[in-house]
Design a protein around this ligand. Structure first.
Ligand code: SF4
Length: 682
């Protein structure tokens, strides 16, 4: 019997970047083998990781390009025909209406090389209309808040460093269920004597994992952290030396914070002021403290952002940064979310986390890309796209491995709007809700059929080689972009022989990736960015000496946010929260329709009794903006008055529960109020 071949692989089902081996048998991915020597997961894989092979040979995969004829039917076309069609339609739209009539959508499932090339394509054509749903949905990229204070968006220390902390504060929801790798290092820290404090509106499935559990009201993470900041300032439990030597703006920040009160934070969170004080003191007094933040369900994205900023302030006030065990861990959700951010697939930001006004980067890119100038006007953000298409500002779009119709809360709006495009090309592994709208559908390779790099939540850049050949010829997005680029006369800009050649260009373009060369990154544990030079070992711990701001100091800035919340009423008596769960397809790149996953509603036994609800009974959830059906799961983990539904299914099949945050114009991901009634009516 031929022995099975082991192939080094990276799990992309979430952002933690676990490694494993794919076993090959006669060209098919036949199984997985645990990678015990991997620095992140040391051989372990969670439920999602153990099912990575499910999508590889999935019977619903699409394998050939298909074009829509005038009668609406789809017909298989050759790759040559498909490339010619894309080139003529994109070029035609840009020539007639200008480059801003084009829009591109990238994905956190794509490799860094694919995302780099897609944003380059967009910008060489002359527009910043490039988005990535993972970076713009909800309150946006979680680590971005850190950039405003520290000068760089990224988790400050590697996950394994959590084990070195003496005190760990975890805020957000579903930490244990959604972040098993990070949880492993928290357990390790606790075994070494660390104090673990967890704040959540749901009781964790294993509450014993923490020393103190703060049962906060849903979406009040910001108020809890704000209360801790207030107490540290009032009681002068600050690391004045660190503040003096490494930061700026402390006086103004302290003054601004005098207007806030701990009593108010107690009222908002429902956590006694004494417990908030005790948590703050624990955090401040330990030798090395860390803050872990998972997804939060605040009523408004601005509140989520405020929570992220207060976490940064706590670390600055106490000097818990730049050392082993002392850091901030905003845990990302999507496989290559950090890489997507670094590659600049954003309408508001350049490649390499740079602003549009960054002249040094602009001149480096124009030289490297052999173009005269880069577009400097911000592009259209994700949630303005439906309106821009309706207003005929956008005429043609190329969407790669994203399914705005099926996965975003504004899915119905996208569904309606995309019909108004003159040309839509969608490249994906499955016939998603968005692909069904396309004039041209291109198959996409799955992770095992791709080559390139991914950057995990801890900034670890890892290489994935193509390990199997798809059933038929499938061109990866980078190959499509190169072929289309050449067809429209951009040979100089889009001639790459392989992903290694693209990575070599990224090395020249982005200082943080300069030393992450193809030959260096292929080793099993990858390289942690920033890695500014060819011999640089990578930067596991950020800010050991200085911050990434122009003056090298971190900048205090009091977050301005509205503390208001939607309060339960007689009509809508429950607070409705939602979030990702371990089995959620949001993180599993399957392309399955969210509607295929049964929707559950978690409800407290007292509330269930009050409305005469039995476990597993069908219910209808009604909010001011829509309704969905679900199966009730009665559980003590929900506090009375609060109900929970999984994140993706919240878009609902028979209705929509989302509505827009009026100020930031992105879907409100957090707490709403609702009515729960038995499906048969009451
Ligand atoms: S889903 Fe995340 S935690 Fe689970 S195995 Fe994959 S990378 Fe690791």
């Amino acid at each position: 019997m031929t022995p099975l071949q082991e192939n080094q692989s990276v799990c992309l089902c979430c952002a933690e970047g676990c490694g494993f081996y794919t076993l090959l048998e006669q060209g098919r991915a036949a199984g997985i083998e645990y990678m015990k020597e991997h620095p992140v997961n040391a051989g372990a894989l969670c439920l999602k990781g153990n099912s990575v092979l499910e999508t590889v040979h999935h019977p619903d995969r699409i394998y050939s390009p298909q074009a829509r004829h005038a009668d609406g039917t789809l017909h298989a076309v050759s790759w040559d025909e498909a490339i010619s069609l894309i080139a003529s339609r994109l070029k035609g739209a840009a020539a007639k209406h200008g480059p801003h009539a084009l829009a591109f959508m990238a994905s956190a499932c794509c490799t860094n090389e694919e995302n780099y090339l897609l944003q380059k394509f967009s910008r060489v054509l002359g527009t910043n209309n490039i988005t990535c749903p993972a970076l713009e949905e909800g309150a946006g990229f979680p680590a971005a808040a850190l950039a405003s204070m520290f000068g760089y968006a990224g988790m400050t220390n590697p996950l394994a460093d959590l084990a070195n902390a003496q005190c760990i504060i975890i805020t957000g929801s579903h930490f244990l269920e959604n972040h098993p790798v990070a949880a492993r290092f928290v357990f390790e820290a606790r075994m070494r004597g660390a104090v673990v404090i967890c704040a959540d509106h749901r009781v964790p499935p294993a509450p014993w994992f923490c020393d103190t559990f703060l049962h906060i009201r849903p979406g009040t993470q910001a108020a809890l952290l704000e209360g801790m900041v207030i107490h540290l300032l009032e009681s002068r439990l600050c690391n004045l030396r660190f503040i003096e030597e490494r930061t700026a703006g402390f006086e103004a920040f302290s003054k601004a914070m005098q207007k806030q009160s701990l009593k108010q934070c107690e009222g908002i969170t429902g956590v006694p002021a004494a417990s908030i004080r005790a948590a703050a003191e624990r955090y401040a007094s330990s030798r090395a403290s860390s803050l872990v933040q998972t997804a939060d369900y605040a009523a408004y994205p601005a509140q989520t952002n405020a929570a992220r900023l207060y976490a940064a302030h706590l670390s600055l006030l106490t000097g818990h940064l730049g050392r082993p065990g002392a850091g901030i861990f905003p845990l990302l959700t999507h496989g290559n979310e950090q890489g997507s951010y670094d590659m600049g697939v954003s309408p508001r930001m350049q490649f390499g986390q740079a602003e549009f006004k960054d002249q040094a980067l602009s001149s480096r890119l124009t030289k490297l890309w052999r173009i005269k100038h880069l577009p400097s006007k911000e592009g259209i953000p994700l949630h303005d796209l439906p309106k821009a298409i309706k207003n005929r500002r956008i005429k043609a779009m190329y969407i790669v491995e994203s399914d705005p119709c099926g996965e975003l809360r504004a899915g119905a709006e996208f569904q309606n709007a995309l019909k108004g495009l003159d040309f839509l090309v969608v490249q994906d592994r499955f016939l998603t809700a968005t692909a069904k709208q396309a004039d041209l559908i291109l198959p996409a390779p799955c992770w095992a059929e791709k080559t390139g790099t991914y950057t995990s939540t801890e900034r670890r850049v890892q290489w994935q080689s193509r390990i199997i050949s798809p059933q038929k010829q499938i061109l990866a997005a980078w190959q499509v972009i190169c072929a289309v680029g050449k067809k429209i006369g951009l040979q100089k800009q889009f001639s790459y022989g392989n992903p290694e050649a693209i990575l070599s260009e990224i090395n020249k373009a982005a200082p943080a990736y300069a030393g992450i060369t193809p030959s260096r990154v292929k080793k099993m544990d990858g390289i942690i960015s920033p890695c500014p030079a060819i011999k640089h070992p990578g930067t596991p711990i950020l800010y050991t000496e200085q911050f990434s701001t122009p003056d090298g100091r971190a900048h205090f800035a009091a977050p301005a946010y509205d503390r208001k919340e939607e309060k339960p009423t007689k009509k809508y008596p429950f607070r409705l929260t939602c979030g990702p769960v371990n089995a959620s397809p949001s993180a599993a790149p399957t392309g399955d329709s969210p509607a295929a996953v049964p929707l559950t509603l978690e409800i407290n036994p007292r509330d269930a009794k009050r409305i005469l609800l039995q476990n597993l009974e069908e219910v209808k959830i009604l909010t001011s903006s829509g309704s969905v059906k679900a199966t009730a799961v009665i559980t003590d983990s929900m506090p009375p008055g609060v109900v929970f539904i999984p994140y993706i299914a919240a878009a609902g099949k028979d209705g929509s529960l989302h509505h827009l945050d009026p100020r930031v114009q992105i879907p409100q991901l957090g707490v709403q109020t609702c009515l729960v009634k038995k499906s048969g009516g009451m």
